[in-house]
Ligand binder design. Structure first.
Ligand code: 5AD
Ligand code: SF4
Length: 463
C-alpha cells in the first residue's frame, strides 16, 4: 500500500475532535498517515463547525488559503467534513472550486470509499446523506502521542430544537450508541494507556431514553467499573433533564470528576422561553442548589448567549444577577448570531452588534471576578491532580534543572507545578514518563484567572 500523508484541521467542539480521530483511523487503512505539517500533506481534511457565524467564517477563510497550495500541488486532495459540510453541501464545491470532497456528519463511515473514488477518477464528490443509527468502527490505534485523556461520543444529534441552535439540522435527531460498544471502546483505550475519558453528547442526560437502553447514570456506573480507568468526565447536560440520579452519581462514583457543565444561556424567563429552553430561571437555580446540597464541592460551568433577539436591559440584568447567585467556576459566553434554519434568525427585535459586544464584555468581566475569587480561595488547600504532562512554558525553565508540569483537578482547574530534576529519577525522560498519567496531591500556592500554581505534597510523589 502506498504511504501518503494526511493533515486534519479540526475546528469546533470536542465531538469534532473525536470524529477527526475516527477519520484518521479509517483513512489509515488506505495508507494515510497523520502529519502535523500541511505542506507535507497529500490530503487535507477540514472538520468544520457551524455553531456560530464566526466558526463558519473561519472555515471559509481557511479554505481560501488552500487555493495556493492546490496550485502548487494539483494532486492534493482537499476534503471538507462536519457541520458546515452538512449544512452547505454542494454549495461548497461552487464557492471553493479547489475542494474535492464534501462529506456530512453521517458520511464518515463512507469516507474511505469516497477517497478511493476521488483518487482513481479525480472526480469531485458530495455525500451529505443523513442515515439513521450510529456507525460503529473497528479502528486501528493510530494515535502514537502519549495521550492520557480521550473523548468518547456516546450519542449523536439533538431533539431539543433551541431556537438559536443549528445542531438538530446538521447532526440530525438524537441517537444513542449501544452501551456495550461504548464500554468496549473505553476498555481498549484504557489498555492503550488512557487514564481519563470524557463522554460526549449534546444532552447526555437523555442518553438511552429513546431507544430503551440503560439510563445515563447507569452507563456511568458501567464506565466507573472499568479497571485501570482513573477519571470520568462528561459534557453536556441540559438543565431540564438533570436528574437526582445524576446528582447522586457525582457523590457515589469514585471516578466521576467533581464538575458539571450546565449551560443556562440566559437568566431571564422571557428569553429562556424565546430560546425554547424548557426550564425557568427558578427551576435552574433550584437544581443548582440541590446539586450543591448533594455535592458541596462540585464545580459548575456554563454557556451564556449575549444579545439574543428581544433581550432587553432588564433581561440582561437578570443574566448578570443569576451569575452573581450561582458564582460559576468558569463560563463560556458568545454573542448571539443567526444560524441557517434556526428559528431565532427570523425573530424580531434583533440586538445591534455593538450592544451584543458590550453585553458580552460585561458577562466576561463579571465571570473573571468569580473565576479569580474561586481560584484564590483554593490557596493553601490540597488537590488531587491528574498529570497531563509537561506544560508549554517548559523550555524556558529547563536550564534551571526544573521542569514545569501541568495537570487538572477533579473540578477541572488547570494546575501547574515545578518538578526539580535533582529530586527525581536520573533522567528527565524517566521523570516525564513517571509523572504523566499519575494522580498526585498538590498544595495550591497561588491562583490566577486561568490556572493555579502548586507544589507536590509528598516528597515521594514520583514513586
Ligand atoms: N449564537 C451564539 N451562540 C450560540 N450557541 C449555540 N448557538 C448559538 C448561536 N446561534 C452557543 C450556546 C451553546 C454553545 C455550544 O454555543 O451557548 O451552549
Ligand atoms: Fe443545540 Fe439546544 Fe440541542 Fe444544545 S440542547 S445542541 S443548544 S438544540
Amino acid at each position: 500500500m502506498k504511504s501518503r500523508n494526511l493533515y486534519i484541521n479540526t475546528i469546533g467542539c470536542q465531538m469534532n475532535v473525536y470524529d477527526s480521530e475516527q477519520i484518521a483511523g479509517l483513512l489509515s487503512t488506505l495508507g494515510y498517515k497523520l502529519t502535523d505539517f500541511e505542506k507535507k500533506a497529500d490530503m487535507i481534511i477540514v472538520n468544520t463547525c457551524a455553531i456560530r457565524e464566526k466558526a463558519e467564517q473561519k472555515v471559509f477563510s481557511y479554505l481560501g488559503r488552500m487555493a495556493d497550495m492546490k496550485k502548487k500541488k494539483p494532486e492534493l486532495i482537499i476534503g471538507v467534513g462536519g457541520c458546515v459540510a452538512q449544512q452547505e453541501g454542494r454549495n461548497i464545491l461552487k464557492r471553493v472550486p479547489w475542494v474535492d470532497i464534501v462529506f456530512g456528519t453521517h458520511a464518515i463511515a463512507r469516507l474511505p470509499e469516497i477517497v478511493q473514488r476521488v483518487e482513481s477518477k479525480r472526480c469531485r464528490v458530495v455525500d451529505i446523506e443523513m442515515t439513521p443509527g450510529i456507525d460503529e468502527f473497528e479502528l486501528p490505534e493510530i494515535n502514537n502521542q502519549p495521550d492520557i485523556s480521550r473523548f468518547v461520543t456516546i450519542m449523536q444529534g439533538c431533539d431539543n430544537f433551541c431556537t438559536y441552535c443549528v445542531v438538530p439540522y446538521v447532526r440530525g435527531r438524537e441517537t444513542s450508541r449501544n452501551p456495550e460498544n461504548i464500554i468496549n471502546e473505553i476498555k481498549n483505550l484504557v489498555k492503550s494507556g488512557i487514564k481519563e475519558i470524557t463522554l460526549l453528547g449534546q444532552n447526555v442526560n437523555s442518553y438511552g431514553k429513546k431507544q430503551g437502553m440503560c439510563s445515563f447514570p447507569e452507563l456511568l456506573e458501567q464506565v466507573n467499573a472499568v479497571e485501570g480507568l482513573l477519571r470520568i468526565r462528561f459534557t453536556t447536560s441540559h438543565p431540564k433533564d438533570l436528574s437526582q440520579d445524576l446528582m447522586y452519581a457525582f457523590k457515589n462514583l469514585d471516578k466521576l470528576c467533581n464538575h458539571i457543565h450546565l449551560p443556562v444561556q440566559s437568566g431571564s424567563n422571557n428569553i429562556l422561553k424565546r430560546m425554547n429552553r424548557k426550564y425557568t430561571r427558578e427551576l435552574y437555580l433550584e437544581k443548582v442548589e440541590q446539586l450543591r446540597t448533594i455535592c458541596p464541592d462540585i464545580a459548575i460551568s456554563s454557556d451564556m448567549i449575549a444579545g439574543f433577539p428581544g433581550e432587553s436591559d432588564s433581561d440582561f440584568n437578570q443574566t448578570l444577577e443569576l451569575m452573581k447567585i450561582v458564582e460559576y467556576d468558569s463560563l463560556f459566553a458568545f454573542k448571539y448570531s443567526d444560524r441557517p434554519n434556526a428559528p431565532a434568525g427570523s425573530f424580531s427585535d434583533k440586538i445591534s452588534e455593538s450592544e451584543k459586544k458590550a453585553r458580552l464584555k460585561e458577562i466576561l468581566n463579571l465571570q473573571e471576578h468569580y473565576t479569580l475569587k474561586k481560584n484564590k480561595a483554593m490557596i493553601g488547600s490540597t488537590a488531587e491532580i491528574l498529570v497531563d504532562g509537561l506544560s508549554k512554558r517548559n523550555t524556558e525553565i529547563l536550564h534551571n534543572n526544573e521542569l514545569q508540569f501541568t495537570g487538572r483537578t477533579s473540578t477541572n482547574k488547570i494546575v501547574n507545578f515545578i518538578h526539580n530534576l535533582d529530586k527525581g529519577c536520573d533522567t528527565s525522560k524517566d521523570d516525564i514518563n513517571n509523572l504523566t498519567g499519575k494522580i498526585i496531591s498538590i498544595e495550591i500556592t497561588d491562583g490566577f484567572a486561568n490556572s493555579l500554581k502548586g507544589s507536590p505534597v509528598d516528597i515521594n510523589y514520583l514513586n
